[in-house]
Design a protein around this ligand. Structure first.
Ligand SMILES: [Zn+2]
Length: 257
């Protein structure tokens, strides 16, 4: 009996772990295709430009300069621990018309964090953004795209909408160049896309953001030359209902290049 009870407890524990793990598969491309709202699929005439992991001591200011030159606004998913060190950069983002959003306090995988850490980090980051920037964030993107059940609940408790991405440039590696970033993005560079890039190297190879910075004008030009506007998630009109935005209407529409 003791063995059977122990087995049952183990099964329940495994089930609980699985229930928490299940949403984490949203980081997988195939799954995100079935959850376009979560992936950030939006207006077919618009591409959402997003940057994660900042503010960065060196990179972020340069991105803000280039975005200004391009006349382009973006959404920055901030880490609370970075924001705490560099509040002036976040204030500059908001003053320039960019959108600031929540990436978490630390860059922790939601599946590996101790219970309670992720929701606490989300709430703490929301409060800091409000204190520093005077705005209330709307979006939450979990580090690594690993949206745990606890992270989802924590985001909702703060009134945040979780959003991932539909295209990335794999710009966090030391081997990334502007050419590889563009080539990686290009198959998914279409109307309604949400692009994941990084203005920070706090979780990437040192200086990895330089290739992203150098690629940025070409990325924006590629979208615009395809007739697509580029801007923050607030202008992306992510549709509230999955069934009204079927997958087939999103992939391959308005392909660029
Ligand atoms: Zn990140």
């Amino acid at each position: 009996m003791a063995t059977r009870a122990a087995a049952r407890i183990a099964a329940v524990a495994a089930g609980a772990a699985f229930a928490n793990a299940l949403p984490a598969v949203t980081c997988l491309r195939a799954v995100r295709r079935w959850t376009p709202r979560l992936a950030g699929r939006g207006d077919p005439g618009h591409v959402a430009l997003t940057f994660d992991d900042g503010p960065d001591a060196t990179g972020t200011a340069l991105f803000l300069d280039v975005l200004d030159d391009l006349g382009c606004r973006a959404t920055f998913f901030l880490l609370g621990d970075q924001l705490r060190r560099r509040p002036a950069l976040a204030r500059r983002m908001v003053a320039a018309g960019h959108e600031v959003a929540v990436h978490g306090w630390l860059h922790q995988n939601g599946l590996l964090a101790r219970p309670g850490r992720v929701p606490a980090g989300i709430a703490r980051t929301v409060r800091l953004i409000e204190d520093v920037c005077g705005v209330r964030p709307v979006w939450y993107r979990p580090p690594h795209g690993a949206l745990s059940a606890e992270g989802l609940a924590g985001a909702r408790a703060c009134g945040l909408r979780p959003v991932l991405w539909t295209a990335w440039g794999k710009d966090w590696t030391g081997r990334a160049t502007p050419a590889t970033i563009l080539a990686t993005l290009r198959p998914d560079l279409a109307g309604g896309a949400t692009l994941l890039l990084h203005d920070s190297d706090v979780t990437a190879a040192p200086g990895a953001w330089q290739a992203t910075l150098d690629a940025l004008p070409a990325i924006v030009r590629a979208c615009r030359s395809g007739g697509l506007a580029v801007g923050p998630l607030r202008d992306h009109r992510i549709h509230p209902r999955l069934r009204r935005l079927p997958d087939t209407s999103m992939l391959g529409r308005n392909p660029v290049g």
